[in-house]
Design a binder for this molecule. Structure first.
Ligand SMILES: NC(=O)c1ccc[n+]([C@@H]2O[C@H](COP(=O)([O-])OP(=O)(O)OC[C@H]3O[C@@H](n4cnc5c(N)ncnc54)[C@H](O)[C@@H]3O)[C@@H](O)[C@H]2O)c1
Length: 270
């Protein structure tokens, strides 16, 4: 079975990937900032509930908590993942999100005063949370994949990376930096047979997304409960099959690619 590391894996889209992949025959290693992060938006009762659910799908599951903005912690997580599973077939860097709000376990929520004029430390936090969690994880993972001569990397950007976004300045900057990280790394790792691709979700109905409705535009609000095929807010289940494609043999000759998953909401070149 393939072993996949998922950062931000106990909540929101990360948790959805874990659930989906475990039903498709992958083992999953989850890492997140704290044991309580999974409870913040009531997407899971506890880590133990998540672990038993995934095991009941027939997969091996492993979990460790770390702040991935800290390089040393990212290195330890990856080393412990390898010690546990012996090899790493893929990684999904889902940890991220916009400004933190007041709850330390809710990293990635959105405070009401989100704007260009948030404090410099918040700008830095957002960049760290979205770019450095990914960079630190990949710096730790890639040497193992190079040694194995295989591996699939899926990074997570956002449609916000493609245009100017009012009140989400540093989030959109950080998410666009993920695009260039993906492309540059894909080029560098061609010789090693390692695929590096990126997904770019549009608005997606996770717990975090639902907690930010006050600041959302009318189109997002109208699309939340719509049953339309395309003209609606995405469900987490819309994103997982694309991620699985990028982890599978079906994408063996695809690298350095960015796949926008938004039902055609922003069909401009990336
Ligand atoms: N939901 C959307 O509309 C949407 C759209 C586009 C992109 N995204 C991106 O998808 C990813 C998941 O989003 P989500 O909506 O599920 O949000 P979320 O807040 O539920 O998930 C983010 C996860 O990252 C973890 N995290 C945050 N800081 C961390 C740190 N320093 N170290 C380790 N883990 C940390 C959080 O605890 C959480 O589990 C994020 O990168 C987000 O930017 C989401």
């Amino acid at each position: 079975m393939k072993n996949i590391l998922i950062t931000g894996g106990t909540r929101g889209l990360g948790l959805e990937y874990a659930r989906y992949l475990s039903k498709k025959g992958y083992n999953v290693g989850l890492t997140d900032i704290s044991e309580d992060a999974c409870k913040v938006y009531k997407e899971a009762k506890s880590i133990n509930h998540i672990l038993s659910e995934i095991e009941s799908n027939g997969s091996k599951v492993w979990c460790e908590f770390a702040d991935l903005t800290k390089r040393k912690e990212a290195e330890e997580v990856v080393e412990n993942f390898i010690n546990h599973f012996e090899k790493i077939d893929g990684v999904i860097t889902s940890a991220g999100g916009d400004i933190s709000g007041n709850d330390p376990d809710a990293s990635g929520g959105k405070a009401e005063n989100n704007s260009f004029f948030i404090s410099f430390s918040e700008h830095e936090n957002i960049f760290q949370r979205n770019y450095y969690t990914c960079l630190n994880t990949l710096r730790a993972v890639v040497p193992y994949m190079q040694e194995q001569k295989f591996g699939k990397i899926v990074t997570v950007s956002s449609v916000n990376a493609a245009f100017g976004v009012e009140k989400e300045t540093t989030y959109s900057v950080a998410k666009s930096s993920i695009l260039q990280l993906t492309r540059s790394l894909a080029k560098e790792l061609r010789k090693d047979g390692i695929n590096v691709n990126c997904i770019m979700p549009g608005p997606t109905k996770t717990g975090r997304f639902l907690s930010t409705l006050k600041g959302r535009n009318p189109h997002d609000l109208a699309g939340i409960n719509s049953k339309a095929k395309l003209d609606r807010v995405a469900l987490p289940e819309d994103i997982s099959p694309v991620v699985e494609f990028l982890l599978s043999e079906n994408s063996d000759f695809v690298s350095g690619e960015v796949i926008r998953i938004d039902g055609g909401l922003f069909p401009q070149p990336i």
